[in-house]
Design a protein around this ligand. Structure first.
Ligand SMILES: Cc1cc2nc3c(=O)[nH]c(=O)nc-3n(C[C@H](O)[C@H](O)[C@H](O)COP(=O)(O)OP(=O)(O)OC[C@H]3O[C@@H](n4cnc5c(N)ncnc54)[C@H](O)[C@@H]3O)c2cc1C
Length: 438
């Protein structure tokens, strides 16, 4: 297919999800003069903090630089699982008590998926929830060989329901011979991410929580016991402040900017495929990633008619048309029968990575935070937001193994991610070499 023939004439450089819910500020809420709690960032983390605070009877205001849901929370792939937020604790020797705390983290990560499901039920959120499980396809035979230990480890840590898919059974999972076996994690769901977001937002609105769009926080001044939160639309006095800006964290909070590395992730949606084709491509309807360092992923659209495909093809590109051009050949490599099928949507979003590959919540320099999704934040950022709300409310059921004063940065990193494209190229080369030598 010629390079530009891959685009449908009605191609839109925006998320497919926005056909159902597009972040839009219809009326601009006036900023109150003061609030007990001000939350910066209206993604899953910020909104679920506000929702939990409202349930606990604590008044909070959410400030969003753009429109509510503008960030990754309305742009992601909709895979609900948090087994990848737990880090491999690079460069750190195991210490006494590590196994127990690791088990607690796995327990909390598993709970985070259950929390999403519970919120969907309690708030009546229609977002196409299902629990088909998640497939991680092996990029090389060696990756597959390493999966047996991962499966055993995950199942020992929590009831993830991990299992191997041997190479000869791969066609039961994916209509491709591109991979060398896989592992499945049964405890993993799928949602329509923007509808889930809209449902959480509506739950806040029903409880009277002001979510103020177009209110970028530009400065936070510690007044001793309270905060002055300055925005592009005026200032608010706050008893406590929660930072929930993840991959979009900016200069107003340099202490967090230097702990988060923003990384782009990109997606495309195909036009409607012939009846039954999506089911043929992904027979069990699971979410799928692969085991490359620079991973790619896919899933069926909720209507079962389109394939949604994504990856981190480049690291500093933000033009969705350009990223769609890069993703398309990767999709065809895996599913050659999609040749001739056109792309209707292409979009980008930003993730927040941490130096220890773990998600974090806690308090630093007086500011609460829930940050660092490491690529998987639907469940985890909902969970950390909810736990942050409980912590502020001093709720009896507050307990979270991700709440820790440790939130590493790097001595040479000041928040400018200039090195990301270089590291990305290096990882791509390693992926290529792994495959070549396999
Ligand atoms: C393409 C893509 C695919 C993904 N796929 C998955 C997936 O399948 N499963 C999964 O679990 N996760 C996935 N993720 C990650 C997931 O979307 C995020 O982890 C999650 O949405 C983060 O939520 P959040 O609330 O922490 O941040 P965000 O939703 O990014 O919200 C942060 C908000 O803060 C606002 N903000 C920033 N600075 C300021 C300021 N100074 N003042 C006011 N507001 C500010 C931003 O405008 C933004 O709206 C994906 C992400 C992308 C981009």
């Amino acid at each position: 297919m010629a390079r530009d023939a891959m685009f449908h004439p009605d191609f839109k450089a925006k998320p497919y999800w926005w056909e159902a819910y597009e972040p839009r500020a219809t009326t601009l809420l006036e900023l109150p003069k003061s609030a007990r709690v001000v939350i910066v960032g209206a993604g899953y983390a910020g909104i679920s903090t506000a929702l939990e605070l409202a349930k606990q009877g604590i008044e909070a205001v959410v400030l969003e630089a753009n429109e509510p849901g503008f960030g990754a929370s309305s742009r992601n792939a909709g895979f609900v699982g948090s087994y990848s937020n737990l880090s491999t604790r690079y460069g750190r020797k195991k210490q006494a008590g590590d196994d127990e705390s690791e088990q607690q983290s796995h327990g909390d990560a598993l709970d985070s998926g259950a929390l999403v499901h519970r919120l969907i039920q309690e708030e009546g959120i229609d977002c196409h929830w299902s629990l088909p499980g998640h497939l991680i396809a092996a990029w090389t035979p060696r990756h597959y060989a390493g999966m047996a230990a991962k499966v055993a480890y995950l199942n020992a840590m929590a009831d993830w329901g991990a299992a191997l898919v041997p190479p000869e059974r791969m066609r039961e999972e994916l209509a491709t011979d591109f991979y060398h076996g896989a592992m499945v994690i049964a405890q993993s769901g799928l949602i329509h991410p923007a509808l889930y977001y809209r449902g959480l937002l509506a739950a806040c609105e029903r409880r009277g929580v002001p979510v103020c769009a177009k209110a970028p926080v530009t400065r936070l001044a510690d007044l001793g016991g309270k905060w002055r939160v300055e925005t592009g639309r005026g200032a608010i006095e706050a008893g406590e402040v929660v930072i929930a800006t993840n991959g979009y964290t900016g200069g107003a909070t340099p202490q967090f900017k230097r702990r988060l590395v923003p990384i782009g992730s990109y997606m495309i949606a195909t036009e409607e495929l012939p009846e039954g084709m999506v089911q043929k491509l992904i027979p069990r309807g699971r979410s799928c990633t692969d085991s490359r360092r620079v991973l790619s992923y896919c899933r069926p659209a909720p209507d079962g008619r389109r394939l949604l495909f994504g990856g981190r093809v480049r690291f500093a590109l933000t033009d969705p048309t350009e990223t769609a051009r890069l993703l398309h050949p990767l999709m065809l490599q895996r599913f050659p029968e999609l040749d001739g099928i056109r792309i209707t949507h292409g979009w980008t979003g930003t993730l927040g990575f941490t130096f220890d590959e773990r998600s974090h919540m806690g308090r630093r320099e007086g500011l609460h935070y829930a940050l660092g999704c490491n690529g998987a934040g639907i469940a985890m950022m909902t969970y950390l937001g909810t736990q942050t709300g409980r912590k502020i409310a001093r709720a009896a059921n507050y307990r979270c193994s991700f709440d820790s004063p440790e939130f590493p940065s790097h001595p040479l990193y000041n928040g400018n991610p200039w090195f990301v494209p270089l590291v990305g190229q290096y990882f791509k080369a390693r992926d290529w070499l792994d495959r070549k030598l396999s």
